[in-house]
Design a binder for this molecule. Structure first.
Ligand code: ZN
Length: 298
């Protein structure tokens, strides 16, 4: 079964064709970074407008590279949240239009769940249940994923996400003091990774689970990958993590998550909306309202 996945939750326009939830036929990512660079961060209105311009060509390109016609697509999967409201709406509206016009199922996908399914693209069907650690610039969650693909929250950051050292650097710079940014970044990273490793490995031990799934943009961090893997392997715990290219936002992870939802018999009604604060599990909400504009989320 061929699923076309659409991802527009932030500043990447991602469209991919994935066969049977695993085999990536094409994975097109139209990056908007140069558009936002002069503002020092992602501007929601600019992102929305760019998605409008970039989405249709990305669909055409994904189909061409994947050797398929639009009529060959069996279902359309799209990120419905969390993310930027206007950006999400562009992808959701497009996916609805394709599903309606071709009379194919629509599957709405949680962006954070899609990040977890990037592991399927890399490693095949997931050994469940497993401890899941989703870590990005705007969100950090520790969860258990059950055999049916459901999530139970174990914890999330209570103040801010792990991808940030910017505020401290700016405060010191504004005070006119000298700052070794590389040193601050390395120290900050080590402190964050220390906490993350102990939380993740501790959760696997406490839950009695032999697999940890890392996911999200910060899972591309080699220090985090290496430290979690080393600490877990000492305890006989297996750690799965996508390749760095699949850790960042893309349509393939959305298509994969959509295929597994279809396999479970799920369908999304055509009147579904975008939800900027869609939780991955009850009580695990994205802290979007705390995050000022200008920070990158992956
Ligand atoms: Zn992301």
């Amino acid at each position: 079964m061929l699923v076309l996945g659409i991802e527009t939750s932030c500043d990447e326009t991602g469209v991919a064709l994935v066969e049977d939830g695993r085999r990536v036929r094409s994975n097109v990512i139209a990056d908007q970074q140069t558009l936002h660079a002069r503002y020092g961060g992602v501007v929601p209105e600019v992102a929305s407008r760019a998605h409008v311009d970039l989405l249709h060509p990305a669909v055409e390109q994904a189909l061409a590279l994947g050797g398929a016609r639009l009529e060959d697509v069996d279902a359309f999967a799209v990120t419905i949240g969390p993310g930027l409201a206007g950006a999400l709406l562009v992808g959701v509206a497009a996916a609805k239009a394709y599903a309606l016009a071709l009379d194919r199922p629509l599957i709405g996908v949680n962006h954070l769940v899609a990040h977890v399914y990037a592991n399927v693209l890399e490693h095949g069907r997931l050994p469940l249940p497993a401890v899941v650690f989703v870590v990005s610039g705007g969100h950090t969650s520790l969860l258990v994923m059950d055999e049916r693909g459901g999530f139970r929250g174990l914890g999330q950051t209570i103040d801010d996400a792990a991808g940030e050292v910017l505020r401290h650097v700016r405060a010191v710079e504004q005070a006119g003091e000298e700052l070794d940014v590389a040193d601050v970044a390395a120290s900050f990273q080590e402190a964050v990774v220390d906490v993350q490793v102990s939380k993740v490995v501790g959760a696997a031990k406490r839950e009695g689970l032999g697999t940890v799934l890392l996911a999200g943009g910060v899972a591309a961090n080699s220090r985090l990958r290496g430290r979690v893997t080393a600490a877990a392997s000492d305890l006989g715990i297996n750690v799965l993590v996508p390749s760095p290219a699949l850790c960042t936002d893309n349509g393939a992870m959305v298509a994969s998550a959509g295929w597994f939802a279809l396999e479970r018999g799920e369908r999304t009604p055509l009147d579904v909306g975008a939800d900027p604060n869609l939780p991955i599990a009850p009580g695990i909400a994205r802290r979007a309202q705390r995050r000022p504009q200008g920070r990158r989320r992956r």
